[in-house]
Design a protein around this ligand. Structure first.
Ligand code: SAH
Ligand code: DHB
Ligand code: MG
Length: 221
């Protein structure tokens, strides 16, 4: 009942502020054709990421979890012509679909897809002295979310934004003794924020086209 009202309002917001062009529509179509699940962020969430990327004048963006590159495309479009987005994906099939979508969106010059385990790629970047990112979007597997966040801090500067998807999980984070490893992973991150002095953070609940969930919004102090 309320869900459909949230969906209607989401459609209202999308129609006014987050209309998808052909490239984004085709991205979703290719994800479905490849028989992949409905795991991309929504159009309104994509627009929200763009708003934050613009707010921090992002030139360098890092994404963990490319999937079909739907969120990647929204984020890359917020970059200036000399901007760069690095996106990490370990699934061969997802990476193939993502590459097609990035190519078709005309964003191959701005987006670098790095294959492999996000933890490995992150440690490589830290060891290699990778310059700080202006915005980091964490959306890969949920059990290591706290590790991802701590490594993201090492790849940040004061004022960088770190955004983490799926941290409310339809309210399952309220269950203290859950056995769900995904929920436990995001709970560890959410608890860490309580006493973390390195960031100014909140969690924004998200409703609408996707199931009830939330995103961590953090700015590095
Ligand atoms: N950001 C995408 C959705 C990401 S879904 C969007 O909104 O459009 C999560 C993705 O993370 C999946 O493609 C999955 O294969 C990838 N993933 C899961 N575990 C990973 C790991 N350890 N390292 C890198 N990628 C991983
Ligand atoms: C899952 C992952 C996501 O990033 C998401 O937005 C929804 C679901 C999942 O792994 O189930
Ligand atoms: Mg997600």
């Amino acid at each position: 009942m309320t869900a459909s009202l949230f969906e209607k309002a989401d459609g209202y917001i999308a129609a006014l502020t987050a209309q998808e062009d052909e490239a984004l529509l085709q991205t979703t179509a290719r994800i479905r054709q490849a028989n992949l699940p409905d795991q991309s962020i929504s159009p309104v969430q994509g627009k929200m990421l763009q708003v934050f990327a613009k707010a921090v004048a992002a030139k360098r963006v890092l994404e963990l979890g490319t999937f079909g590159a739907y969120s990647t495309i929204w984020l890359a479009r917020a970059l200036p012509a000399d901007g760069k987005l690095i996106t990490l994906e370990y699934d061969e099939h997802h990476a193939r679909v993502a590459r097609q979508n990035i190519e078709a969106a005309g964003l191959s010059d701005r987006i670098e897809l790095r294959k492999g385990s996000a933890l490995d790629r992150l440690r490589e970047m830290i060891d290699g002295g990778e310059p700080a990112f202006d915005l980091i979007f964490i959306d890969a597997d949920k059990p290591p979310y706290l590790d991802y966040f701590q490594l993201a801090l090492k790849l940040s500067r004061r004022g960088s934004m770190i955004i983490c998807d799926n941290v409310i999980r339809a309210g399952k984070v309220l269950e203290e003794n859950t056995a769900d490893e995904k929920v436990k992973g995001v709970q560890r991150l959410n608890r860490f924020l309580k006493d973390c002095t390195e960031v100014t953070a909140t969690i924004l609940q998200t409703v609408g086209a996707k199931e009830y969930d939330g995103m961590v919004l953090a700015v590095v102090n």
